[in-house]
Structures are given as structure tokens and as C-alpha cells.
Design a protein around this ligand. Sequence first.
Ligand code: KIV
Ligand code: ZN
Length: 512
Amino acid sequence: MTDKLIIFDTTLRDGEQSPGASMTRDEKLRIARQLERLKVDVIEAGFAASSNGDFDCVKSIANAIKDSTICSLARANDRDISRAAEALQGAANARIHIFLATSALHMEKKLRMSPEQVFEQAKQSTRFARNLMGDIEFSPEDGYRSDMDFLCRVLEAVIAEGARTINVPDTVGYAVPELYGNFIKTLRERIPNSDKAIWSVHCHNDLGMAVANSLAGVQIGGARQVECTINGLGERAGNCSLEEIVMAVKTRKDYFNLDLGIDTKQILAASRMVSQTTGFVVQPNKAVVGANAFAHASGIHQDGVLKARDTYEIMRAEDVGWSANKIVLGKLSGRNAFKQRLEELGVQMESESEINAAFAKFKELADRKSDIFDEDILALVSEESVLNDKEQFAFVSLAQHSETGERPHAKVVFTVAGQEVRGESDGNGPVDASLKAIESHVKSGAEMVLYSVNAISGSTESQGEVTVRLQNSGRVVNGVGSDPDIVVASAKAYLSALNKLQSKSDRVAAQG
Ligand code: KIV
Ligand code: ZN
């Protein structure tokens, strides 16, 4: 007998809370579609009451996605819960996720509420939500650092009010596996109506144990839902990584004996989409989705794998979406071949004009780069300028001169609200000169807090993918740009970050 482990993805909510990871509505919608192809059970699409922008994102995702349950986070008050319910109206399957802190520290210092007030608010808000919707999840924020007796009282009460899922967050990543597993087990044993709810784990990775803690919550504690994010994206050191949890449970089915609904072949596409959209690069030695995850450098290992793959490999690269034949298209490929490859990669375009715009970009790239890999296509469709011609800033062209012993100089042409403008500057290097050339016109005053270049498909023939992180008036955004010329990629990334800084944010941060 096996039972099912529910995969609850919170890339678009908790993942997005990572500084600089904020995504536009179209980006979120594209990722939600990929999560649906991945067959995640629940997609936490956002925190509807936090801003009008987040409300729209939850609403669009709720209207577009049919196979996964769509969830919105809400604080434990009537306004947040009503807003979540309103955003979720179009969903085939909807869930409201209420959170309220229960640790002594959070109640006293953050909420400035007594335990009795928290108890009452937890009960009342669950009752209110339950009258609007059948599927309610309750999270005692900082649950793992909460007093056991108090937590039992609160959770028993919210289950009695109709909460169907009880999620126990290790909000600050303080847990260790055995203790966290036993914490969930004790809660389930002590709460008389615990069998009326599905128990869920939500672990942060501050001590690098989010995946281990989540697995212990499942194995020791009996949890049957794991909350996780693609690439482990999330605030500080991130959340539990979806690809690691899923592949651990699948690869060690002999031990966990659990079923999963996930189509693991979609994992890599999801990982790439999230990293290219947010600019959070995946480290090469990252389990499952890192560039080296299936690479064998040592002669002994290579020899062993060639003779019998399972000498050194416990998973098949194809099972998580790595394909052996990576060259897909070139200069002579037509629109149909391009469209078909987009479909195979799970990229859904809204209209024929979007496909035409992407195909024009593809042709432009194929003129400059002989082999077009899957990674190139995914980078190309991630660029907002392909899908969105309403951006404030868009790259046009660049000329730069650098020579040993001379100070580099760059001229950049770009559009601002459709009008072509030029900037010119010197700099320490060609990239510095190009970004200063843009800044000489835009005068954003933003501080650059991160700049990184990554070869999309390995060699110097590949495109460079650049991430630029800018900070301005307390906001942090990431811009991503790709091009075979890394100076151009840098200019595109800078303009993309400026676009994100432009979009206003009136968001209330979730305190998770
Ligand atoms: O980490 C946390 O406590 C959260 C909650 C809002 C569920 O993200
Ligand atoms: Zn969290």
C-alpha cells in the first residue's frame, strides 16, 4: 500500500519574496503553465491582498490553469481572505492559505498580540474563510518555534473550524531533521482531530537542511504535503527545493513508499525558466538541475558509467528532462520547426503575433550563432522584449571600443517609451562603459549590487547570460539579458532591470 505525497509549489509566492526575484504577471503566468505541465498538485500563485499587481497575478493564473489547485496566501483577517477568494473566483480548484504567527517571539514582538487574541483570530478567520471556500489551509507562522501546548490548542481549533490542510512552517530554518519530524508526529498524536486534516511541511534552508527536514516531516511525522520551490528559490537561503524532494522520493521509493503526481521530465525546463526569469543562476553542482549533476569528470567514473550506467548514476538524466541531443535548430530552420520546438519545450505563446516576434528574434540569433540549443530558445523567449513591446526601455544597438592601454568607450542606442535615444561613456571595461552610457541618459541613480555572466550552453560559442541586480529606494530587482556578445547581453540585462524598477510596487510583504 502506498499513499500520495502532495507537492505544493510556492515559487510564485515564497520564492518571489527573495530580494530581486519579483516577476511580472506574464512571467508568472508562463511559470504557472510550466508548473501545470510539471503536474504540481497545488500552485501558490501569490498573496492577493498584498497589492493590486499580486491580485491580478493570482486572478490570471486562477483563470488560466485548470489541472492544478490554485492557492492564494492571506493574513488571518476578513479583508485579506475576501480578496483571496475574489482573485480565485475563476479557478477550477481553489485554496485559501491563511497564516498567523504562533511563536511567543512573533506574537509579542511582531503582532503585539496576546496568545488568547491569536487563538481567537485563528479560529475566526478560518471560520470566515470556510464560509467562502471548501479548501482552506492554515499555517501557524514560526510554528516550529512555538510552544507545543499552545500550538496544539490553536491547530485543534482551526481543524474544528474546517481547515483541511495544516502546514507547520519552520519559518527561520532552525529545525534539524529528527526534531522536526518528531515535532510533526507529536502534533498529530496530541491533537484529537488531527486525522481530519492533511499535514504539511514548509521548511526554509538557513542551515542547508530544508530538504532533509521536509523528508523527516514526511517520514517520521507522517506529513503528506511538502511546500517547496523550483531551484529552492526563496528569501535568505531559500526554501525546500522541489526537484530535490521529488527526486529523493522517486529514487528512494523503496524507503518512502509514496506516490507522486509529478511529471519529472518537466523538471529541467521549470528550473531553467525560473532561473532565466528571476536571474537567480543555478550553481553547477546543484543536485538534479545543476550543469554538473550528471557529468562525470573522473576517468574511473566515465569508464564505469559507459559499462553500466548504474555504477555511478542513481537517476537517469532523461527522467528529469536532460536530453542527449542538444542541438536543435539553425539558420535554415523554418517557422514550423521553431514552433514545434517551442511546443516540445513546453513554451506556450498566446498568439500568432507572439510566435512571429519570437521567430524574428530566433532568425536574428541564428544569423550570428550557428547552432541554436534548447537553452538559447528558452533564453530568447524569457526576454521580456520578445513577449512585451510595452516595456519602457528596449535595447537597439551598441558600439564599443576597447584596446590594451586605452580606456574603453561605448555608445548605446536604446528606446525610452518608443523614442530612440543614445548614451555615450567611458568606463573601466567595455561592460562598465556600456552601462554608464545607458545611465548617462536614464539617470536612475540605482546602485548595482550584483553583476554575473554565465555561458548558457557551456562553451565560448554559446550566448552569455547576464544578471544585473539593481537597488533603488529600498527596492531590489534583477534584470536578465542574453546575447552571443556579453557586452550586449549586459546592456540588455541593465535595461531589463530598469524596466522592473519602473514598475511600481505597493506590495505588503508576507512575513513568512
Ligand atoms: O515561512 C513561512 O512561515 C511562510 C508562511 C507564510 C507559510 O512562508
Ligand atoms: Zn516560507
